[in-house]
Design a protein around this ligand. Structure first.
Ligand code: EPU
Length: 337
């Protein structure tokens, strides 16, 4: 039964801990719920938002529409062979619990994505990634409910049009689909990905490294740099790492030979937004209830009672100073409503 509630506080539903309300709020626990909801009169015109764990959203004020909270649970093995497992995971499952579960089973693939906050249904939307791995590398398909047709659809990984922190669900099809499940291919003989510098260093010269070892090291690195949202509210990286033309990167390199650059397919270069922000003097900065994390300048934090406006104000100041100093435009990674 659908139970649409009014005037619901979103405080427990966003990791930046914005104290705002939703006009309407409904928990979605099955595809059936989506069918019922979307067949209601006036549904297509309604302002609405699908919310998972709220770990990548900034509510700049009350949400004047309907929040659909993904509560579709369940994990099942679709097929198992001698070397791999195809696993279907419903969208409401916790990402960190999933990673822990697969490691416990000895199935490799997700270990570098340990401790990323959020739910499984949101993972493909921005193609979550960390420490050398992006979730697209493990995804076979994505199952979604199409609000336009009222039908379930299956997207192959190719059809998802994955890119750096991007997919069709964040671009051309934004808001059209509710991701109900994600199907992963995991390996029983995992090839470890130790391309991320600090991870490589940690295991240099070590033999018989396991997925559990990698997961534990990723957790250690994360905890050393990134604030736990339960202790200091945040949404992880607030901006994307900018991808710029070689000419601009070269210009920056002339003045700052130590700038971290990551070559991309096609000749462009990705810069480290955290480094750019730190160079502009923001790291550890605090004004009132908002600030820039002292160990990772890409993370904006709420020290308690920050409002969306205060966070946006700080974000704009950071963007302006990075542009003035380096000529680089920083785009938010967080979704702002
Ligand atoms: N750096 C600084 N100062 C800082 C932060 C970073 O100089 O304050 C430098 C680092 O020394 C390093 C480079 O910038 O040379 C990159 O830093 P780091 O490896 O910490 O990663 P990142 O590029 O800042 C990205 C992701 C993170 C992910 C890490 C690890 C984006 C927007 N962010 O951050 O993802 O955990 O790599 O793979 O791509 C997230 O998306 O929310 C997130 C936390």
């Amino acid at each position: 039964m659908l139970d649409i509630k009014n005037g619901v506080s979103l405080l427990p539903y966003n990791t930046l801990k914005m104290n705002v309300k939703a006009n309407e709020f409904v928990e979605i626990s099955s595809v059936e719920d989506l069918r019922h909801l979307s067949s209601q009169k006036g549904f297509p015109e309604r302002k609405k938002l699908i919310l998972s764990a709220g770990s990548n959203v900034l509510f700049s004020g009350d949400f004047d529409g309907l929040i659909m909270h993904n509560e579709i649970f369940g994990i099942s093995v679709v097929s198992e062979e001698s070397d791999q497992v195809i696993l279907k995971v419903n969208g409401g499952e916790s990402w960190t619990d999933l990673v822990e579960y697969t490691i416990g089973q000895g199935w490799g693939g997700l270990e570098n994505l340990t401790l990323i906050p959020g739910k499984v249904g949101a993972a493909p939307i921005q193609n979550i990634g960390a420490y050398g791995v992006e979730v697209k590398d493990l995804i076979v398909s994505v199952e979604a409910f199409d609000f336009t047709t009222g039908k379930q659809v299956v997207f192959s990984a190719d059809q998802c049009q994955f890119g750096y922190r991007s997919s069709i669900f964040k671009t051309t099809a934004a808001g059209r689909y509710f991701i109900t499940a994600v199907v992963f291919r995991l390996s029983k003989f995992p090839l470890l990905n130790l391309t991320y510098g600090p991870l490589k260093q940690a295991f240099e010269g070590k033999i018989s490294v396991t997925i559990r070892d990698v997961s534990a090291e990723v957790a250690r690195i994360r905890r050393s740099k990134l604030p736990d949202p339960d202790e200091i509210p945040n949404v992880g990286s607030f901006f994307k790492n900018p991808v710029v033309d070689a000419s601009l990167a070269d210009k920056i390199r002339e003045g700052f030979p130590q700038v971290p650059v990551y070559p991309q397919v096609g000749g462009q270069l990705k810069l480290a937004a955290g480094w750019l922000i730190e160079q502009c003097g923001w790291k550890g900065y605090r004004i009132g209830e908002v600030g820039v994390h002292e160990k990772q300048a890409l993370v904006l934090v709420n020290y308690g009672q920050a409002t969306g406006a205060e966070i946006l104000d700080l974000a704009t100041k950071i963007q302006d100073s990075v542009f003035d100093r380096f000529g680089v435009i920083l785009e938010p990674e967080v979704n702002i409503y």
